[in-house]
Design a protein around this ligand. Structure first.
Ligand code: SAM
Length: 203
């Protein structure tokens, strides 16, 4: 099997979902790129699904899947209008992908995630903290919203105060919360960053 390292928060999410008695369908919102986090859940016996809005990222993922003879079930889609029926998934996650949405768009995407989750289903989301090394107050267009340069390209990011995402998650029960400083990004290519991790249950 494919030997890879994954961010610690995904092992943490796995420890919650392995003992949660709902269906084993899992959706990754923003699943594209050459380092798909869905593989981790595939390796652990889950039925994987993913969406990504970018053709370029989907192509990179396709190359990865072909090279490793694996089908992760990823299609083109926008997490603001998730192309799956209501209450289809036991689990949903988004790893450093929702960070590219504005705060208003984030609220819409979270409502969509709530819709597609079964009751009792779990969700893992992360948000960039305003303590992240790349947050520059001087560049803000709206509070916490910044266009910066990433790998030579303009990229939009939203940054949050410590408890700010709680406001967006009122329909859920928050069952785990952590502020994570990633000082060495050697394995995960995240660099020196600061992430707010949340695990929620649909009640
Ligand atoms: C920084 S990459 C992270 C990719 C992957 N989750 C990972 O950890 O390697 C962000 C991804 O989110 C995707 N994305 C951004 N906005 C999206 C949206 N509205 N719906 C679905 N995917 C989106 C981008 O195309 C990109 O593939």
């Amino acid at each position: 099997m494919i030997k890879k390292f994954y961010p610690s928060s995904l092992y943490n999410f796995l420890s919650f979902i392995q003992v949660n008695p709902v269906n084993k369908k899992i959706l990754d919102c923003g699943a594209g790129g050459r380092n798909p986090k869905l593989v981790f859940f595939y390796e652990n016996g889950f039925e994987t699904y993913g969406i990504d809005i970018s053709d370029e990222q989907l192509e990179k993922l396709q190359t990865y899947c072909e090279e490793n003879s694996i089908d992760l079930g990823v299609i083109k889609g926008d997490m603001k209008i998730i192309p799956f029926e209501t209450e289809f998934f036991g689990y949903v996650f988004s790893y450093l992908s929702m960070v590219h949405l504005s705060k208003n768009e984030t609220k819409i995407a979270i409502n969509e995630i709530h819709r597609v989750l079964v009751k009792g289903g779990l969700c893992y989301l992360n948000f960039l903290s305003k303590d992240d090394i790349n947050f520059d107050e001087k560049e803000e267009s709206k509070p916490g919203e910044v266009i910066g340069i990433e790998r030579g390209k303009e990229e939009f990011h939203s940054y949050y105060e410590d408890n700010e995402p709680d406001e967006y998650l009122k329909k859920f029960e928050i069952i785990y919360k952590e502020k994570r400083h990633v000082l060495k990004g050697k394995y995960f290519q995240t660099g020196r960053t600061c992430i707010l991790d949340y695990i929620m249950k649909k009640i």
